[in-house]
Structure formats: structure tokens, C-alpha cells
Design a protein around this ligand. Structure first.
Ligand code: NI
Length: 281
């Protein structure tokens, strides 16, 4: 069972075919997709899509948050909206949150504030966090250490050094590897990290619609391309792809508590079918 732990089906690039994208993903073995919000509207859309997902596609769950790019819009209103949204049973994480000093689309002090306050939200809700960290690993590690309360999460789309990866692993975090690992010129560190991360702490993700793996590079990415990443990382680690798929499934399950939710989902689907049947009778 493959799980894409990071995709944005809520992105405008999927406006017309996100349901078909879920069906294509399911047809290549991607059983679950985590649909990740990056601002308030995309978080609301991520949640709405979960209840509107096709039954013959991958199961879909939502993660909600305000991305560091959008941190200038973070405030009490956003915090309240996220707390309300989090009550929906499809929501399983807070993210993506973090620091992005590569683009600096929001002032850094706003990025720090949005990051810290959303870590607190995740802690209060008992949710894992999905971290977006770009050129800010030392600063983000300091924020998480200073936060002081226990948190679980994943350093998503990891692009730092092996030493930075090790620092996240020491804090108990998982490392998320995307299709960048397949890029010939840009993959340097990431290949080393993917090869060295212990199998029990690795997650694989597409980050669709961004970062399509080779040979689709430059096109829109989608969850159905996840097997390409799985095969590539398995080769780097020198293990059978089945072993990597099994391990990353177990890891995602442990981090996001999916097994219980999938069972609940299926039994509530059965229940609603029964209600429909009895209504029809
Ligand atoms: Ni993303």
C-alpha cells in the first residue's frame, strides 16, 4: 500500500480533474493521499474535497495550515478558522508550516510567529505537524526545541544536508523525500539523505502539482507518479521496492494514525450505505 503523504489536490491546477487524479493514483496502488493546505481557503478546500472524494479513488485526508509564504496573513482570525476546521474527522495534521528563508515571501518575524502559534495549535489538538523548511533548518530546529512540548511530525520535501536531517531525526521527526531525488543536477544532498535515513523514519511524497519526478519533470505532478519515487529511493537504498513501500506505509500509519481512521471511514461508509438502503426500502 502506497501513501502519498503530501499533495495539493486543493491547488487550482487540479480544479478540473482532482477526482480523476485520485482514481489514477488508486489504479497504480496509491491507497491514500494526504491533501495539504497552505492558506485558509486551500485548507477549507482540502477538507471539503475529503467528503466529496470518489469512492473508486485513493482515500484522502486533509492537513490544514498557513504556509510560511502566507505568514503575513496569519492572525487570530486564521487561528480560529483552523481550530474549527480541525474538528472535521478528515483532518489528521497541521501543515504545512515552517520557515522559508529562500523566498522570504513573508517577513521573517511573521514567519516565526505563524510557525510557533501553529505548533501550539498542533500540540493542543494532538496532531502531528508537516514542516516546510527551506534554507532555515538551524532556525526551525531551534523553534521546535524551544517549544519544549512533545511534537511529532515530518520534515517535508527535505532538501537540507545529512547533518540537518540527523538533527530532525534526533528530535523524533520523519524525513519526507519528493521527486527532487530523481533530478540529475539538483539532487546531490537529497540522494545522500534518502540513502542514509533509517527506513523506519522515511516517508515518500509527490508535493503535486509541483516537482514532478523524472521522466515527467516540467509537467504537472500528481499522486499517480509516487511509484516512480518509491522505485528510485528503493534503488538508492539497495532494497526491494516492496520493502520500501511496506515501511513507508507503516511509518505514515504510525505518524498520522491512519489505520483506525481508515477502518472508521470504511465502517461509516458501510453505515451510510445501509441507511441509504433502508431509506430506499
Ligand atoms: Ni507542499
Amino acid at each position: 500500500m502506497l501513501i502519498d503523504t503530501h499533495a495539493h489536490l486543493n491547488h487550482p491546477q487540479f480544479a478540473n480533474d482532482w477526482k480523476d487524479a485520485l482514481k489514477r493514483a488508486k489504479s497504480v496502488g496509491v491507497e491514500v493521499v494526504i491533501n495539504v493546505g497552505y492558506d485558509i481557503p486551500s485548507s477549507e478546500r482540502a477538507v471539503a474535497q475529503c467528503s466529496d472524494a470518489p469512492s473508486d479513488g485513493s482515500a484522502v485526508f486533509a492537513s490544514i495550515a498557513v504556509h510560511p509564504h502566507e505568514a503575513k496573513n496569519w492572525g487570530e482570525e486564521a487561528a480560529k478558522t483552523l481550530a474549527l476546521l480541525a474538528r472535521d474527522p478528515s483532518v489528521i495534521a497541521v501543515g504545512e508550516i515552517g520557515l522559508d528563508f529562500h523566498y522570504d515571501f513573508s517577513p521573517r518575524q511573521d514567519q516565526f510567529r505563524a510557525f510557533e502559534e501553529q505548533l501550539d495549535l498542533a500540540w493542543r489538538l494532538n496532531f502531528p505537524v508537516i514542516l516546510h523548511i527551506r534554507e532555515a533548518h538551524p532556525e526551525a530546529l531551534a523553534v521546535v526545541k524551544n517549544f519544549g512540548k512533545p511534537l511529532q511530525g515530518v520534515a517535508h520535501c527535505f532538501a537540507g544536508t545529512w547533518d540537518e536531517a540527523k538533527a530532525w531525526l534526533d528530535l523524533g521527526f520523519y524525513i519526507g523525500i519528493t521527486g527532487i531525488v530523481t533530478f540529475e543536477k539538483k539532487a546531490g544532498n537529497i540522494r545522500e539523505v534518502a540513502a542514509k535515513v533509517p527506513l523506519e523514519r522515511l516517508l515518500i511524497e509527490t508535493d503535486a502539482p509541483y516537482l514532478a519526478p523524472v521522466p515527467h519533470r516540467g509537467k504537472r505532478n500528481e499522486p499517480a507518479f509516487l511509484p516512480i519515487i518509491a522505485e528510485f529511493v528503493a534503488r538508492l537504498k539497495g532494497i526491494p521496492v516492496e520493502q520500501l513501500v511496506e515501511a513507508t506505509w507503516q511509518n505514515a500509519n504510525a505518524l498520522f494514525g491512519l489505520q483506525a481512521r481508515l477502518t472508521r471511514n470504511f465502517s461509516s461508509r458501510e453505515r451510510s450505505n445501509k441507511t441509504e438502503n433502508s431509506d430506499a426500502a
